[in-house]
Design a protein around this ligand. Sequence first.
Ligand SMILES: [Zn+2]
Length: 118
Amino acid sequence: MELRHILAVFLKATLIGTVLLASWIFNVYFHELGHFAVAGFLNLNPELHLEGAVNGLAFAMNGEPIAWVAYSGLSTKLQDIYVTLAGPLANLLLSAALGITYFIIPKKKVWQTHKLTK
Ligand SMILES: [Zn+2]
């Protein structure tokens, strides 16, 4: 294997890893934003805590949360359930939006063109 091939594999792995990591962090932030929005809507005085990407990685490796929502307002059991469900619901809505976008955006045949010209 030539050096340039090894470099290409290394760059590709780095790019994929970076995109996956950024997607994961964005998903966690979006999830917490769901909790925060519903807690705010219910007047529970929520606070949103987000660690930056670099800190977040260190926190995650120590098993600590990289983002969380705390609220100081008094809540009923039902309100707690709404706030709890809002996080996963935010991720579901995001995945639905991305899925719909994927099917709506017309596909430019970038990959095929690349293969043909090679
Ligand atoms: Zn959650």
